[in-house]
Design a protein around this ligand. Structure first.
Ligand code: UD1
Ligand code: MG
Length: 461
């Protein structure tokens, strides 16, 4: 069934006390609006065809820029005269051929596609379906007023009688309605209420008056329907979301040292027998192979880590690929384009950027490999670096297999070290080093016989 989705995102979010429009605040690394757009896209995918209309107002340009890639249509609501007024603005942008219109809120980020789809199905193009929930404290919410089992109306908190305020069943702000009826109803709304707003919720009484069935679908969890109005609520939803991510990882067999100390800001996929210690952050797309162990306090972004690799604590990895059985860290930094083969060892305070290290290569201490191609079993000594930048351009260093680079060497790129070459410690290598030989480029050591250490003069001339 083809679908319109309206996402209301015009509100200011005063209680965030921020210059950033509320829906652009981030949860799990993505804006609140991006979460809702992703849900809309998934529901649309299930439904067949979808048109998504985002109602913007406060910070409209920023909000529209954030959502530009989603393919959504934007309508502006200036000024903001209520949720009914917001949907009025969206009506001309709806596809009248799409039988159902789903209404979501830009500041309710954790609504699951399954729940939204159930709402669409409950509507079925003929009924008005409301997503509701029972809350112990319903203060501030629109109450679901029933006669017997039948939903009769939604009454906003500020307009409710004391008896209505005692109702615990509330409207979550999400509904699905037959498109043609919704369009007609919102155009007929009046603002004769306490807040002088056009309440979308008044369409419930209109549906009842016309004999259109109104159904209430219960939300499966409070987390899915909680909105973000303040930094405290944002942090609360972040933790709820992270807890859910941690639980689904653990259900899949991942061993987390502490599910409360994990942050996934993107997609983390894990093989079997993966262990993750505390305080790790995963961003973007990260794939961990079977048996991978991640030490405490690692930050891993857009990376794949091969089976059995061990990432020791305090390691930063971004845009890199780590081969099976590799050992990295502690305190290592893999930057974009670092491509480590199987069983490579990268130790403490080693930085690797845009470099390929073949199977078994090692740089165990205090080194920099930038724009380098490193052969199998190379040993890159402590304190050695590739000088890849001449002040204007970057150049490559090519190191053959079984090369031994001593400590504290500078390899001035472009430069090539042949297979099996040995570079003496402290060398500055700016010319090709031949295969299989020892190359040393440093001043010869001399000892001066009979040299005397200077003595302090006495001061008496
Ligand atoms: C609304 C519902 C209430 C429900 C509650 C759930 C109405 C009249 N009331 O109340 O029944 O229990 O949500 O949270 O709908 N927005 C606009 N333009 C506007 C006004 C709001 O785009 O002119 C957007 C807001 O940015 C927000 C959403 O609509 O994303 C809901 O607005 P909000 O003011 O939070 O609605 P409530 O008064 O809380
Ligand atoms: Mg309000």
């Amino acid at each position: 069934m083809a679908l319109n989705v309206v996402i209301m995102a015009a509100g200011k979010g005063t209680r965030m006390k921020s210059a950033l429009p509320k829906v652009l605040h981030k949860l799990a690394g993505r804006s609140l609006l991006q979460h809702v757009l992703a849900t809309a896209a998934q529901v649309g995918h299930q439904a067949g065809r979808v048109r998504t209309v985002v109602v913007t107002g406060h910070g409209a340009e920023q909000v529209e820029a954030d959502a530009a890639a989603s393919g959504a249509v934007f309508v502006r609501q200036m000024p903001q005269l209520g949720t009914g007024h917001a949907v009025q603005q969206a009506v001309p942008a709806l596809d009248p051929g799409h039988a159902v219109t789903l209404i979501l809120n830009g500041d309710v980020p954790l609504i699951r596609p399954e729940t939204a789809l159930a709402l669409v199905q409950a509507c079925g193009g003929t009924k008005l379906a409301l997503l509701t929930i029972e809350l112990p404290d319903a203060t501030g919410y629109g109450r679901i007023v029933r006669e017997g089992e039948q939903v009769r109306a939604i009454v906003e908190h500020k307009d409710a009688s004391p008896a209505q305020r005692a109702i615990r069943e509330v409207y979550t702000g999400m509904m699905a309605a037959p498109t043609a009826l919704l369009a007609r109803w919102v155009m007929a709304l009046k603002n004769d209420n306490v807040q002088r707003e056009y309440y979308l919720t008044d369409i419930v009484a209109m549906a009842v008056a016309e004999g259109v069935p109104v159904v209430a679908t219960g939300a499966p969890s409070e987390t899915e329907v909680l909105g973000v109005n303040s930094p405290v609520q944002l942090a609360d939803l972040e933790r709820r979301h992270q807890r859910a991510v941690a639980e689904s990882l653990m259900e899949a067999g991942v061993r987390l040292a502490d599910p409360a100390r994990l942050d996934v800001r993107g997609e983390l996929s894990c093989g079997s027998d993966v262990e993750i210690d505390v305080n790790c952050i995963f961003e973007g797309q990260v794939a961990l192979g079977d048996g991978v162990r991640i030490g405490a306090n690692c930050i891993v972004r857009d990376a794949s880590i091969g089976a059995g690799a061990v990432i020791h604590p305090f390691t930063h990895i971004e845009g890199a690929s780590v081969g099976a059985g590799a050992l990295v860290g502690p305190y290592a930094r893999l930057r974009p384009g670092a491509d480590l083969g199987e069983e490579v060892h990268i130790g403490n305070f080693v930085e690797v950027k845009n470099s390929t290290l073949a199977r078994g290569a090692k740089a165990n201490h205090l080194a920099y490999l930038g724009d380098a191609t490193v052969g199998e079993r190379v040993n890159f000594g402590a304190g050695s670096i590739t000088a890849n930048y001449d002040g204007a351009n970057k150049h490559r260093t090519v190191i053959g297999s079984d090369v031994h680079v001593g400590s504290n060497c500078v390899l001035v790129a472009p430069v090539t070290l042949g297979d099996g070459a040995t570079i003496g410690g402290g060398s500055t290598i700016a010319k090709p080093a031949p295969a299989g030989q020892l190359t040393v480029a440093r001043a010869r050591q001399v000892t001066l016989p009979g040299w005397q250490r200077p003595r302090k003069t006495t001061g008496k001339a």
